[in-house]
Design a protein around this ligand. Structure first.
Ligand code: NAP
Length: 240
């Protein structure tokens, strides 16, 4: 077995650590400034679409691929499904369960972030936890005061008027999120349904403070691919 793990999540990091005894290579898109050490040989950067990934799978004689990328990394997930099918590489998706609304939550589901500005009053102060890449889809928020939290320090100007970056590295406690929402007088929270415990605290804090949340649905997974929700299940699939 020669295994490729498409990484970029905490689950991928834990998976790689548990697979270090196998012949495994990890792949990172190379988008973060300081990539974490996965404990296995790691390549960086895109493959060049489906054709590039097919070439890589053939050249590196990959027999198994685990896609442990983020639930919203839809392009690489679709590319991996196509490339594995074409190259007859065994394929598994590891994807953490999505979040479910609890009593007291005021969630408004959107398929597309471009729907968000239509939900939020223009006088509101909006907290965005959707990542830097999603800001283009949210430019319709321009009349509102917007605070977007991102991990990497960013010197470029905010892409639309009324917005500013705040920098922070998760995890944050519920208490920290509550204090932040109160200090900044946040009226609305915008998130993707990323799932996972590490970033759930903002949703618990929104419930506590009584804030409405716009939450983006996950993109659909490719048809016909095995999906597991835990690192342990993915390790078992790999025979580790
Ligand atoms: P994406 O839109 O699905 O992928 C864009 C392109 O980036 C892909 O077509 C591929 O380039 C390259 N790529 C993505 N993941 C890769 C990987 N693990 N190894 C090699 N190339 C990869 O992905 P994204 O949403 O930009 O996310 C990029 C990375 O950040 C992923 O690893 C993801 O797990 C992580 N991440 C994403 C989010 C999010 O909200 N989207 C949040 C946290 C972490 P080629 O077509 O050239 O192969």
């Amino acid at each position: 077995m020669k295994l490729l793990v498409l990484a970029g999540t905490g689950e991928a990091r834990r998976l790689c650590q548990g697979l270090a005894c196998l012949d495994v290579t990890a792949s990172l898109a190379g988008v973060t400034r300081v990539p974490c050490d996965l404990g296995v040989p790691t390549r960086f950067g895109g493959f060049g679409g489906v054709d590039g990934l097919r070439t890589y799978l053939r050249t590196a004689a990959i027999t198994h691929l685990i896609d442990a990328t983020h639930p919203f990394a839809a392009r690489i997930t679709a590319n991996a499904a196509q490339a594995c099918a074409a190259e007859e590489v065994a394929h598994l998706i590891l994807q953490r369960p999505g979040w479910q609304a609890q009593p007291g939550d005021q969630w408004h589901w959107v398929a597309d972030l471009a729907e968000v500005p239509g939900l939020i009053p223009t006088a509101a102060t909006v907290f965005l936890a959707t990542g830097r890449q999603s800001l283009a889809d949210l430019s319709g928020l321009a009349p509102q005061r917007v605070l977007a939290r991102i991990i990497d320090q960013q010197s470029a100007a905010f892409p639309f008027e009324g917005g500013s970056y705040i920098f922070g590295t998760p995890p944050f406690t519920v208490e920290e999120e509550v204090a932040f929402f109160r200090t900044e007088r946040i009226d609305w929270v915008v998130v993707k349904n990323a799932g996972g415990a590490a970033s759930y605290s903002k949703l618990a804090a929104a419930r506590h403070v009584g804030l409405p949340v716009a939450i983006q649905c996950r993109p659909a997974l490719p048809a016909g691919v095995n999906v597991v929700e835990t690192v342990e299940s993915a390790q078992a699939w790999a025979g580790a």
